[in-house]
Write a protein that binds this ligand. Structure first.
Ligand code: NI
Length: 167
């Protein structure tokens, strides 16, 4: 396994649309293992392959308190969504920034699990937020792009300043 570098907003590569996985084989399982290790090391509760510059539809999530309940979603599709909920979101690609985003409160998502088996998960709360956030990454969208242009410009400035300070 390996910890992979995470690309940061506003890197253009975060706008790449991921393609569906054709077969869940050893190569995909290695990608998943590396993504999980990268997410846990960060630490974070979700990571999309897009964020490590791999443009295939693979997501890892773990919202459990003890970080021992890994959820893998391959080729996810939302088949039902209702209600609205506002949560403060953060992102490993936008370090240190937390902003409120409105999303569906309840979702049903269909995906392939790590064994390539079709699975349907119905959920709400933090996990529903997290799944929608990571699925956006696969479509090339970062959560701060829901915010006003002014807020986005401020966030870009803040991130640039932080990069300068750490150099
Ligand atoms: Ni993110």
């Amino acid at each position: 396994m390996a910890i992979l570098p995470i690309i940061h907003f506003p890197d253009e590569r975060l706008h790449t649309k991921a393609t569906p996985v054709a077969i869940v084989d050893d190569q995909i399982r290695k990608l998943i293992a590396d993504m999980a290790e990268t997410m846990y090391a960060a630490p974070g509760i979700g990571l999309a392959a897009t964020q490590i510059d791999v443009h295939q539809q693979v997501i890892v999530i773990d919202t459990s308190e003890n970080h021992n309940n890994l959820l893998v979603l391959i080729n996810p599709i939302i088949i039902k969504a209702n209600g609205r909920a506002v949560h403060d979101e953060g992102c490993l690609s936008v370090p240190g920034i937390y902003e409120a985003v409105t999303r569906a409160a309840h979702i049903s998502v269909k995906f392939l699990n790590i064994d390539g088996k079709e699975t349907v998960l119905e959920t709400d709360g933090l996990l529903a937020v997290c799944i929608q956030h990571e699925m956006d990454h696969l479509q090339g969208k970062v959560f701060v792009e829901y915010l006003s242009q002014l807020k986005q410009a401020r966030i870009k400035q803040k991130l640039k300043k932080r990069i300068r300070e750490t150099m």
